[in-house]
Design a protein around this ligand. Sequence first.
Ligand code: 5GP
Ligand code: ZN
Length: 166
Amino acid sequence: MTSQPDCPFCEIINGNQPADVVAETTQYLCFLDKYPVTEGHALVVPKDHIQQFSQLTGTGLFSFLQRAHTEIREEFSPDATNIGLNNGEEAGQTVAHLHWHIIPRYAGDIPDPTGGVRGVIPDKRVYEEWISPVDDLVVVDWTTARSRVTRHITPVFGTDRDYHLR
Ligand code: 5GP
Ligand code: ZN
């Protein structure tokens, strides 16, 4: 394993700093975040010290991420999850060791969760227009898009009741 001095995640991987381990293989580790956004917030890392997504080799990360996600769901019973990667400093990365966040979400944890990870640009989190994936990126006004939005949202959430016309 390649290690980087002073990297907090390498310290955990090498057993020099404590962490609540959720899942582990020879190549990957999942542990709870020290400053959780919500209960059960976990980080998934490759054990090799790399900083960016483009440096990742191998195909095992995705299945490990799924396994770690299952562990988090079973232990914390969230209603939903945000799974995300801050890839590079300009994207908000503060620890220079590649890691995915698994952030459990609980009904009512914020008043309106619409848009989720779109909140990386806070002003853009809630969208008032719908860009249809099936109509060659035609921008459709919310008021006329209601039925099309419902059709896309329903298979995922079972209902469109959380989506508000503005
Ligand atoms: P980033 O901003 O790089 O995407 O996320 C870094 C994450 O690492 C943050 O959510 C932060 O709370 C977490 N973190 C920073 N230092 C430590 C540490 O020493 N131990 C653990 N478990 N998490 C850490
Ligand atoms: Zn590291």
